[in-house]
Design a protein around this ligand. Structure first.
Ligand code: ADP
Ligand code: ZN
Length: 730
């Protein structure tokens, strides 16, 4: 076993957050330091953050070795966390310093805890007993020894802050400084939850038993939307808390958090800690520290919460585990779902992967017996699954600038007459995906990317969905200068809203598209407005597919069910299947039965047929068989190499060099495809070239990839990124 404490002067190896490819030796400071200690070390003229990673290597000139400057005031990084970062780095071929940066995303990590002024009960009675003063004293007595900030105390007692200050002068109320990073309120697992139905209770029992075993295990919790998956996994959270361990719930999207927090509060009496981009710096710091010190029972967060320094993590829930947002596509390329499983194996934790439409990877792992599987087959209460039908667009008559078929329009009218809501789903932001010049045929594209500019009428601009570049909508064609000949082609949600307003002038419309909301809060307000009947017709993109509850919604119309089937993406069928089932699941959540209508030009397409028939297992089996035959994930391994740079020739040269020198890959029986222009060949002025590596499932892919790419040294502005298990093929 590695030594766990180093005395002053001992040689220690420190991993820093600086981009170096090795640890550096230092001597332990006065007072010594623990293995895993967070430290500040000198690096050239700078002071940098690091972690004591082990005994020093001793291969530096001993006389030149400098001392650790100081040990930071934070619990040392635990062995399981160090193991997790190492294994995650090996898996994703990420340099360790970048992994360490993910694990130290806490503002002011090393600073002593900030103080804040608080007020609590002192001694004696005030000289004059006014009603306001009595309220303050009564409140403090009610709450026992609890301390409040000045604002909280005044507000809760319904007095002005000067009343409190007056009591402080007399010593009746005490003013104190206390550390800011307070523990989160304890969650009470023994408050009564809802009474679970038979199916739910069986699933909850199995999950609780898993938690009690206190060892690693992963369970797929599969159930249609509304079947009570959340209620069931909250029982596993409760059992984890009872065992004195911590729980982490990962959610794919911030907008969902608010609803979830309310449910946690209802179940456990208090709100959990939150970790995502919308959380303030002070609060992030608090969550980071408290997860490490055990002062946070439950953390609810986005994928990066996986890198918090939990003291004793016993359960990780990945809700909507199939969601593509779990894959980080920038910087360190990792899939939070897979990393959750890795972390759990190292800390004897349970993992619950919850979904109505699991990823094929997870489905296959359950089939193979690597994961347990629990099914909730019925929706809770009277809510039934919606009936699903195709609208064969080949036999509908409608002009080329309209997208709502007469059949769909009639169904919408019927809902409006019944006082119910309808949702029209189109997974395309903006007004029109293409703007074309009727004089010369030119299509307006982005100057920096290989992408068309998308008209956003609401913003009055053209927007590139690749790089975010925007510009005013021109009146003349940029190519032939003809005036007023530019025309939108194809529908986006904004255009669909226009058509809907014309068709149903009486109806109140709401458009849910991520770009129309300035903040998660604004979006949440709109969702609440819709849920309580503030709109008759909802028009939405992918945003609506994710878990929101619209009890009055009984009809879902999918404008273009064929949209996702066109891509060359290996997961196109799977994604379409998941998305269509999720969207359809929005209908009929309460007492009224739902109907989902899919507009399609290919109703006989196997994916469309599988969606309509609801024979999910048949769909997955067929999809699995195809992937197996092709030797692609999850039955084979894949890695993407993206080379990018401003000079297309240089980028290709490196790609060709790699392709020619493929010996390290051939040794493990892997094949290289490419180099070829990436499907999006240019982003932000950088040319992108892609190589794809395919290997057998059992091949030791990462070491071979590492050896292979080390043969080239991309210089200057050239970049090389490795994407293990690529999800998107952009
Ligand atoms: P899912 O996570 O599968 O979409 P939820 O757990 O959100 O399902 O359940 C859907 C709705 O039904 C929620 O409002 C939930 O509180 C309610 N619900 C589910 N099961 C029960 C139950 N056994 N008793 C009372 N309400 C329940
Ligand atoms: Zn662009």
């Amino acid at each position: 076993m590695a030594e766990s404490f180093f005395d002053e002067g001992d040689l220690v190896a420190v991993l820093t957050t600086q981009p170096l490819d090795r640890t550096l030796d230092y001597t332990a400071p006065e007072g010594g330091c623990f293995l895993g200690a967070f430290v500040e070390v000198p690096l050239g003229p700078r002071k940098v953050l690091g972690v004591v990673w082990g005994p020093g290597q001793g291969d530096f000139d001993r006389k030149k070795i400098r001392s650790v400057i100081r040990v930071l005031d934070a619990a040392p990084m635990r062995e399981d966390m160090r193991g997790f970062l190492t294994r995650a780095a090996d898996y994703t071929l990420t340099p360790m310093p970048a992994m360490l940066r993910l694990a130290t995303r806490s503002p002011g990590l090393g600073d002593p805890p900030a103080m804040r002024r608080v007020y609590c009960l002192g001694h004696g009675r005030p000289d004059r007993e006014t009603e306001a003063r009595a309220r303050v004293i009564a409140l403090l007595e009610d709450y026992g020894g609890l301390a409040f900030t000045l604002g909280e105390l005044a507000e809760q007692a319904g007095v002005s802050t000067s009343v409190v200050k007056g009591l402080v002068k007399q010593g009746v109320v005490l003013e104190e400084d206390s550390p800011k990073d307070l523990p989160f309120p304890r969650l009470d697992p023994d408050r009564a939850g809802v009474a679970l139905t038979g199916d739910q209770a069986t699933a909850a029992d199995a999950l609780r038993a898993g938690v009690r075993r206190g060892r690693y295990g992963t369970t797929l919790l599969k159930g249609v939307t509304g079947s009570g998956k959340t209620e069931v996994y909250l029982e596993a959270v409760a059992e984890t808390l009872r065992a004195g361990r911590q729980a982490l719930v990962l959610l794919p999207e911030i907008a969902l958090t608010a609803e979830f927090l309310t449910r946690v509060e209802a179940r456990f009496g208090n709100r959990p800690a939150e970790w995502h981009s919308g959380v303030t710096m002070t609060e992030r710091r608090r969550v980071w520290r408290m997860s490490g010190e055990g002062g946070a029972d439950l953390v609810v967060g986005a994928r990066s919460a996986l890198f918090l320094p939990f003291r004793d993590l016993g359960l990780i829930v990945v809700d909507e585990e199939h969601d593509t947002s779990y894959k980080q596509e920038d910087g360190v390329l990792y899939n939070a779902r897979d990393m959750a499983v890795l972390r759990a194996t190292l800390t004897d934790a349970q993992v619950i992967l919850a979904s109505a439409t699991p990823s094929l990877e997870t489905w296959a792992n359950a089939e193979a017996g690597k994961y347990a599987r629990l099914d909730l087959t019925a929706r809770f209460g009277p809510a039934a699954l919606p009936e699903m039908r195709a609208i064969d667009m080949r036999s509908e008559t409608l002009p080329g600038t309209r997208w709502i078929s007469p059949t769909l329009a009639r169904a919408v009218t019927a809902r409006l007459d019944a006082g119910e809501q309808a949702l029209l789903f189109l997974n395309r932001r903006g007004y029109a995906p293409v703007t074309i010049c009727r004089a010369c045929g030119h299509q307006i594209g982005c100057d920096h990317c290989d992408a068309r500019m998308v008209e956003h009428r609401f913003l009055k601009r053209l927007v590139c969905h690749q790089c975010g570049e925007t510009r005013p909508i021109p009146t003349a064609c940029p190519s032939c200068a003809a005036e007023d000949r530019l025309a939108p082609v194809g529908p986006g949600v904004e255009r669909l809203a226009e058509e809907t307003a014309a068709l149903f002038p009486e109806a109140r419309l709401a458009v849910l598209s991520s770009d129309l909301f300035a903040s998660a809060r604004a979006l949440k307000a709109e969702i609440e407005r819709i849920a309580t009947g503030g709109a008759d017709i909802v028009i939405g993109t992918q945003l609506v597919a994710k878990g929101h509850n619209f009890p009055l919604l009984t009809l879902v119309g999918v404008i273009d069910a064929d949209l996702g089937l066109q891509g060359s993406d290996l997961r196109a069928a799977e994604r379409t299947f998941q998305l269509m089932r999720q969207v359809a699941g929005r209908a009929g959540r309460a007492e009224r039965p739902g109907l989902a209508l899919l507009q399609t030009y290919q109703p006989e397409h196997p994916v469309i047929r599988a969606i309509l028939s609801g024979e999910e297992e048949a769909f997955w089996r067929a999809e699995a068989a195809e992937r197996k035959a092709a030797g692609v994930p999850p039955y084979g391994r894949m890695a993407g190499i993206i080379l990018s740079g401003p000079d297309v020739q240089q980028v290709f040269d490196i790609g060709n060099t790699l392709a020619r020198n493929d010996l390290p890959l051939r040794r493990i029986g892997a094949q290289v495809y490419g180099p070829a222009p990436a499907p999006i060949a240019r982003i932000r002025g950088r040319h992108r070239v892609r190589l794809l590596v395919k290997a057998e499932k059992t091949a030791a892919l990462q070491p071979a990839l590492a050896a292979w790419v080390s043969q080239v040294r991309p210089r200057g502005d050239l970049r090389l990124a490795i994407d293990i298990d690529p999800q998107s093929f952009l």
